[in-house]
Design a protein around this ligand. Structure first.
Ligand code: G1P
Length: 296
């Protein structure tokens, strides 16, 4: 029986250079898609997957993330005294309390890479495998992490990474899996490579920001030498575990949006707007007037 996955690590210390100037003063994880910051979608997904402890690996310049995630008694009081108790309650319900919830903030002071960020969480995780969620990959659908944890338990996987198929010219943007065989939505792999040139990519199965990792990942990260971009890559440490604990890819059922890019953010916004009564009307009007303008 594999122990349940109890901890989720959220690496949120990155500078967000791909989205400047929006991220100059605002952490990229707090950029909203409609009225909800990216980090909230990731937290909701982790909660739906039954995660007990959330570990945020942040940076001292990004304290605003903590302010969003944690309950704000002063704001609650202020709203209540203005007769907005419903709103106060709604916010309190979505936020974590220091007493009732199991939430840790730890700092990654230097930008040494995703692998290093995950290593920073080591002293704060519960026993067993851990989940890693990259909040700028917004995944709509059935709850990617929950789906993946089910597949992880069924397949006795050591490390498991969420994957999707990408066009060959895009392999340079992702970790790419070296696939041996496929069994339904699970891919058996013997390694992965960080951001290979299209000609060198071992497959077109790209890793997106959801991982379930055997606890041995921390030892591997401790001895991991810098890889692509001179950073300690999570991809390299996972790849080294393929021969010992095993490695699998998981083709999730939902749709992923790269919200670290302008185009991805727009697509995510449009996708959510379609399902929001207030916004879908605006979208329809816009599409209609664009159609008329093009026909004229
Ligand atoms: C990171 C990982 C990469 C993965 C990607 C998914 O890269 O290093 O392996 O494919 O996330 O979004 P980043 O986009 O942070 O450069």
């Amino acid at each position: 029986m594999i122990a349940p996955v109890r901890t989720a690590i959220f690496p949120v210390a990155g500078l967000g250079t791909r989205f400047l100037p929006a991220t100059k003063a605002t952490p990229k994880e707090l950029l909203p898609v409609l009225d909800t910051p990216l980090i909230q979608y990731a937290i909701d997904e982790a909660q739906a997957a039954g995660i007990e402890r959330m570990v945020f690996v942040s940076h001292p310049s990004k304290r605003a993330i903590e302010r969003h995630v944690m309950d704000d008694a002063r704001l609650r009081y202020e709203l209540q005294s203005r007769g907005k108790s419903d709103l106060a309650e709604e916010l309190a319900e979505a936020a974590f309390s220091r007493i009732d919830d199991d939430v840790v903030f730890t700092m990654q002071n230097e930008p040494l890479g995703l692998g290093h960020a995950v290593l920073c969480a080591r002293d704060h995780v519960l026993p067993g495998a851990v989940a890693v969620i990259l909040p700028d990959d917004l995944i709509r659908g059935e709850g990617c992490l929950g789906e993946m944890i089910d597949a992880y338990k069924r397949n006795n996987a050591g490390h498991m990474v969420a994957t999707m198929t990408v066009p060959r010219e895009e392999t340079k943007k992702y970790g790419i899996l070296s696939v041996l065989s496929q069994d339904g939505s699970v891919l058996l792999a013997d390694g992965m490579v960080e951001k290979p040139d299209p000609a060198d990519a071992p497959s077109l199965d790209a890793v997106v920001g959801r991982y379930v990792l055997d606890a041995s990942i921390f030892e591997a990260l401790e001895t991991q030498t810098p890889g692509a971009g001179g950073e300690i890559q999570l991809t390299d440490a996972i790849s080294r575990g393929a021969g010992t604990v095993g490695l699998a890819g998981f083709r999730f059922s939902g749709e992923r949006f790269d919200c670290g890019s302008k185009a991805g953010m727009l697509k995510a916004t449009l996708s959510l707007a379609e399902d929001d009564p207030e916004c879908s009307e605006v979208l329809d009007e816009f599409t209609l007037s664009r159609g008329k303008a093009l026909a004229a």
